[in-house]
Design a protein around this ligand. Structure first.
Ligand code: NAD
Length: 356
């Protein structure tokens, strides 16, 4: 089915409110999830609603919690997300980082105990839109690992996203925002729900053989996701684990830590005001000229043109805003079941379904 942005956002907001979230926080979270769908990342869109709802109802997600500064040393700030909606505490932590980077030129912010932060690019884009550079190292804990280190068939890590954003004068920022696994877990879930395959070799079956079948993750005997880029992607995933998880969250995937079935992100963020180097115009002129140079490269076989990071998301957004967001039946049924679980009745749900 194809659903338009506004009714989808309203429905998800209403479901979170039914589960105890204050309306503005429910709306902010719904908005983030729908934007992830619009930007083509269905893995981090409304398909996450059943997971969030489960965690709301079992207490692992605290609906109305806010980011709390636990240590402020000027250019280094430690923040506790208190297991609130990642979308809310992540934005709050980023706003603190932006203010401080503008004042001091550079800030390092550690956000721990955020319930799933969703698309990390969202926080990088806030920085980029404010004219700032940002770098984010994130780990994912609270459940069993699903990503194997390079050279192993056994999972030890999660999809640990990395993000780096560069602002552009008069244009959208350059946004590199990626899982460090060969494929994001949510994309495996979306493929599994829809009965599709994932990219060849992105997964490893229980015997350590490369596979494109998502059943290797969601059915027994279970395999794992491989890292992207062989040993290099694995290395970056480990750095995300040790910086986001070890340094900021004091919570990595090592087995001494609890795994209760929730999804918690810990994030180390650096935000830099490029003006501190004094060459704003020179920097921007290099960025713009380099982007033109890269994009001017002749496309390879099977490609229409060269893109820069962040562009595919903008293309998807334009297309989906016009045509609607595709949602497969299994995902949709899961969202409706989650809304009912939260206390929405059939009439409320039908009112929405009729509007979609
Ligand atoms: P992806 O592979 O679709 O894209 C990764 C990056 O590559 C993006 O910056 C994209 O703009 C860029 N890109 C894609 N195609 C390109 C092209 N042809 N030319 C140039 N650049 C291109 O993304 P992913 O790795 O599947 O991650 C999806 C999302 O999942 C991200 O938003 C990430 O933050 C999120 N994520 C979140 C968590 C979490 O725990 N919160 C965990 C993992 C991933």
């Amino acid at each position: 089915m194809l659903i338009h942005t506004q009714p989808l956002r309203d429905f998800v907001t209403q479901a979170f409110v039914a589960a105890g979230a204050e309306q503005p926080l429910a709306l902010e979270t719904a908005d983030h999830l729908v934007l992830a769908n619009l930007k083509g990342h269905d893995s981090h869109g409304v398909g996450m609603v059943p997971t969030y709802m489960g965690n709301l109802l079992n207490g692992n997600l605290v609906p109305n919690a806010h980011a709390a500064v636990i240590k402020d040393q000027g250019s280094v700030i430690h923040i506790d997300g208190q297991f609130g909606f990642g979308q809310v505490v992540g934005r709050e932590a980023t706003e603190i980082a932006i203010d401080r980077a503008k004042a001091n030129g550079l800030v390092c912010v550690g956000l721990k105990n955020a319930h799933h932060l969703g698309r990390i690019g969202t926080y990088g884009e806030l920085c980029g839109d404010a004219g700032l550079v940002s770098i984010h190292f994130v780990n994912v804990v609270g459940h069993n690992p699903m990503v194997s280190p390079w050279g192993s068939r056994e999972p030890r890590l999660q999809t640990n996203p990395f993000c780096c954003v560069i602002p552009r004068d008069g244009d959208t920022p350059i946004v590199l925002d990626m899982a460090t696994s060969a494929v994001a877990l949510g994309k495996v879930r979306v493929a599994f729900m829809a009965g599709n395959k994932v990219a060849e070799g992105a997964l490893v079956d229980h015997e350590g053989r490369a596979t494109d079948d998502p059943r290797a993750i969601y059915e027994e005997p279970r395999g794992s996701l491989g890292p992207f880029g062989r040993h290099k992607g694995y290395g970056l995933a480990l750095m995300c684990e040790l910086l986001g998880g070890g340094l900021v969250g004091e919570w990595t995937m090592q087995p001494g830590n609890e795994r209760v079935g929730t999804v918690v992100n810990n994030m180390l963020t650096f935000v830099l005001d490029p003006d501190v180097f004094g060459g704003h115009n020179a920097f921007q002129s290099e960025v713009l000229a380099m982007v033109d140079y890269v994009k001017g490269a002749e496309p390879g076989a099977d490609f229409d043109r060269v893109r820069i990071p962040g562009e595919p998301e903008l293309e998807s957004k334009a297309e989906r805003e016009a045509e609607g967001i595709p949602i497969d039946d299994n995902t949709w049924n899961g969202i409706v079941a989650a809304a009912k679980h939260a206390g929405m009745n059939d009439t409320e749900i039908e009112a929405f379904t009729g509007a979609s």
